[in-house]
Design a protein around this ligand. Structure first.
Ligand code: HEM
Length: 144
């Protein structure tokens, strides 16, 4: 599938969720903080941060699908920003990204297809690889 084709499949998920009028932000954060309750105190303004964290992750995944030039630097920036919030283990970044995909699947319900599953999971894998590089102090290369 072309890059644009992958992004179009991913956009179908977002449209289905918008049509169903489901807010994925609280769903994702309930999941994330149930898995890592010790992180609750790292958030001074969870209400404000949760929407931005969710949006930025969705944008990075869509940007990766179409290989936007700004993705590597955006990843470097948010990983650097997060150094202010204590030591976030790499495993928690990966869990957050993967939980976002699980949340999208749950929110899309019957609209979720094999193609969407593959599209979101393949971009999540690339994003997690790039986050690992940024956490190691490198500017990530655009992952294949
Ligand atoms: C792909 C993964 C992630 C992205 C794109 C992301 C993005 C963001 C963004 C955009 C903000 C808001 C900054 C602001 O405007 O003030 C933020 C805040 C924050 N993020 Fe993340 N984040 C990610 C993963 C994580 C993980 C795994 C943790 C683990 C605890 C985390 C903890 C925090 C904390 C503690 C704040 C500050 C919130 C506050 O001051 O209330 N983030 N994140």
């Amino acid at each position: 599938m072309t890059n644009d084709g992958v992004a179009a499949v991913m956009e179908k998920t977002l449209l289905a969720i918008a049509d169903a009028n489901v807010d994925i932000v609280p769903m994702l954060f309930t999941r994330f903080l149930a898995a890592y309750p010790e992180q609750r105190t790292a958030f001074t303004n969870l209400e404000a941060a949760q929407g931005r964290m969710t949006n930025e992750t969705v944008e990075a995944l869509l940007g990766l699908a179409t290989r936007e030039y700004w993705v590597p630097v955006t990843i470097t920036n948010f990983v650097d920003l997060h150094r202010n919030y204590g030591k976030i283990p790499l495993e928690q970044y990966a869990a957050f990204v993967n939980m976002l995909v699980d949340t999208l699947a749950e929110a899309a319900g019957r609209a979720w297809t094999e193609a969407q599953d593959h599209a979101w999971k393949s971009q999540a894998k690339r994003l997690n690889g790039m986050i690992a590089e940024a956490c190691a102090g490198k500017t990530p290369a655009m992952y294949n």
